[in-house]
Design a protein around this ligand. Structure first.
Ligand SMILES: NC(=O)c1ccc[n+]([C@@H]2O[C@H](COP(=O)([O-])OP(=O)(O)OC[C@H]3O[C@@H](n4cnc5c(N)ncnc54)[C@H](OP(=O)(O)O)[C@@H]3O)[C@@H](O)[C@H]2O)c1
Length: 421
C-alpha cells in the first residue's frame, strides 16, 4: 500500500521535536505498526535515525524506502538484520533511544537487554504479558537509570486530551458511569497475516492486543485508583477461525470479553470488547467508543467514530457543546450557539489515528530523554492497563470479582499466555 506521507511534512515541522538532537534506532520497523514510528521520526526535527532493526533485511529496506517522509536521507541509516541483528545493534554506542514494535512475547527479553546496554526504550503496548514481566522491565530500567516509555498513542489524540482537560479542570464532575465499546471485525485475512495474530500464547488476543487501547483510555480519564474491582466474561465467539498451519500453531485466542469495573464511589464502567463481531462486513469495521457520565450534574460525553475521534454528544450542565479544532489541531469546546474564531475548523487533522498521535508521543519521549525529564507514560503507568487485562481474564476463568490492586501487586493473576479458554 502506498501511503501519502507528504501531507505530514509541514505539520511535523511546525510541531517540532526534542529540544536537542537524539539518536534513535527503530526496532521492528517493518511490522504492521513499526512503520508509523519510522515515518514520524523521519520527519521530526532534532531526531536522527541511526538504524533500523528486524529479522528480514528486504523488509527493512522496503520500509525505509516507502515509509519515510519525502526528503529523508536514507543513505546514513544502518540496517541490522538477521539472527544477530538485534544484539549487534545494541553495541552501537551512538544509539541513545530504541523505539520498539516487535511482537509482545519478546518485549521482556529484548527490553532487559536494551536496559543492560544502557539505552532508553519506547515500546509498543502492551509493556509485557504478565505483571512479573512488567516488574522485571521496570527494575531493569531503574537499575540502568534509563527511561522506559510505552506507546499508548490514543492518549495523544486531540479528542482524548480535550476530555482529559475537561475532567482535570473540574468542568465535568466526578465520573459515575461509563461505557467502552470495541467492535473490530477481524476476518481470515487478519488472522493469517502474522504468525502471532490470534495466538493466545503470544498475546494475540482481543483483550491484550486490541482492546487494551480503550482500557488505557479509560484509565487515563478515570484514574486507576478510582477502580476497585472487575467482574468479567470471556469467550471465543468465532469458532471457525482458520488455523494457519496446524502443525505448529493454532489460532486459539480469546476474541470477545465483557467486563464490569466497579468504581470506589459506587458507580461503574462497562466494557464490551470483541474482534469477532461484524467480521463479514464489506469493509473491515472498527467501531470504538467511550462515553462518560458524571454524578450529580449528569454531564455526558460520548466519543465515537471508527477511530474514537469524533464527539457524538457533548452535553454539559444542560448546554450542548460543539467541538472545534484550533490552529494546532487541539480540540476546543464551544456552546452550540456561539461562533468560533475564524481560524478554528470543524474537522481535525487528516487521519490523526494513523500518524499524529504516534508523532506526539514519540516527540515527548525524545524530549524527556534530551532534557533528562521523567516520561509520564512509563512502565508503572503501563502496568496499570495490563492489570486490567489480567483482572478480566482472572475473573472470567474463576467467575469471581477481582480486586484490581491485588493484580497490580501481583497477589492474584497469571500471564495473558496462560488464559486459554
Ligand atoms: N500502538 C498501536 O496502535 C499498535 C498497533 C498494532 C500493534 N501494536 C503492538 O506493536 C507490537 C508489534 O505488533 P505488529 O502487529 O506490528 O507485529 P508484526 O507485524 O508481527 O511486526 C513485528 C516486527 O518486529 C520484527 N521482529 C519480530 N521478531 C523479532 C525479533 N525477535 N527481533 C527483532 N525483530 C523482530 C518483525 O521483523 P521481520 O518481519 O523482519 O521478522 C516486524 O518488523 C505488538 O506489541 C503489538 O501489540 C501496537
Amino acid at each position: 500500500m502506498s501511503r501519502n506521507l507528504s501531507q505530514y511534512a509541514t505539520i511535523f515541522a511546525r510541531w517540532g521535536g526534542p529540544s536537542q538532537e537524539v539518536k534513535v534506532a527503530l526496532l521492528g520497523a517493518s511490522g504492521s505498526v513499526g512503520w508509523k514510528s519510522l515515518a514520524a521520526v523521519s520527519g521530526m526535527p532534532n531526531a536522527k535515525i541511526v538504524a533500523v532493526v528486524g529479522r528480514n533485511r528486504e523488509r527493512l529496506e522496503k520500509t525505509l524506502k516507502e515509509d519515510t517522509l519525502p526528503g529523508f536521507d536514507k543513505s546514513k541509516v544502518q540496517i541490522y538484520a538477521g539472527e544477530r541483528g538485534f544484539e549487534t545493534m545494541l553495541r552501537n554506542e551512538e544509539i541513545q533511544v530504541i523505539i520498539s514494535a516487535t511482537p509482545s512475547k519478546v518485549h521482556t527479553e529484548q527490553g532487559v537487554a536494551i536496559a543492560e546496554a544502557g539505552k532508553n526504550l519506547l515500546i509498543e503496548k502492551p509493556l509485557a504479558l504478565s505483571i512479573p514481566e512488567c516488574n522485571i522491565l521496570i527494575d531493569a530500567f531503574r537499575r540502568a537509570d534509563k527511561q522506559l516509555g510505552v506507546i499508548f498513542q490514543l492518549r495523544y489524540n486531540p479528542e482524548i486530551r480535550a476530555l482529559k482537560r475537561l475532567i482535570q479542570e473540574g468542568n465535568f464532575g466526578e465520573i459515575g458511569m461509563g461505557h467502552i465499546l470495541v467492535q473490530k471485525g477481524r476476518d481470515e485475512r487478519y488472522w493469517t497475516k502474522k504468525e502471532w495474530f490470534g495466538v493466545q500464547a503470544e498475546g494475540g488476543d482481543a483483550v491484550s492486543n486490541q482492546s487494551i487501547h480503550q482500557l488505557d483510555n479509560m484509565l487515563y480519564l478515570v484514574c486507576f485508583e478510582q477502580i476497585d474491582s472487575v467482574f468479567a466474561l470471556c469467550q471465543i465467539l468465532d469458532r471457525n477461525r482458520p488455523v494457519a498451519d496446524p502443525s505448529w500453531r493454532s489460532k486459539d485466542a480469546t476474541d470477545s470479553a465483557a467486563a464490569l469495573f466497579k468504581l470506589n464511589n459506587g458507580g461503574w464502567i462497562t466494557a464490551h470488547m470483541s474482534t469477532a463481531e461484524n467480521k463479514h462486513a464489506e469493509h473491515r469495521n472498527n467501531i470504538q467508543s467511550i462515553s462518560l457520565t458524571s454524578t450529580g450534574s449528569n454531564n455526558y460525553i460520548k466519543l465515537g467514530g471508527e477511530k474514537t475521534d469524533q464527539f457524538e454528544v457533548i452535553n454539559l450542565e444542560r448546554i450542548w457543546y460543539k467541538a472545534y479544532y484550533d490552529e494546532d489541531g487541539e480540540v476546543r469546546f464551544l456552546p452550540e450557539k456561539e461562533t468560533p474564531p475564524a481560524t478554528w475548523r470543524k474537522k481535525g487533522l487528516p487521519d490523526p489515528y494513523l500518524l499524529f498521535s504516534h508523532y506526539r508521543e514519540i516527540a515527548e519521549f525524545l524530549d524527556c530523554v534530551a532534557r533528562d525529564r521523567r516520561f509520564p507514560l512509563d512502565g508503572i503507568e503501563a502496568k496499570k492497563s495490563l492489570s486490567l487485562v489480567i483482572a478480566i481474564y482472572e475473573s472470567a476463568v474463576n467467575q469471581q470479582e477481582i480486586k484490581l490492586a491485588d493484580v497490580f501487586e501481583n497477589k492474584v493473576g497469571r500471564s495473558v499466555q496462560d488464559y486459554l479458554l
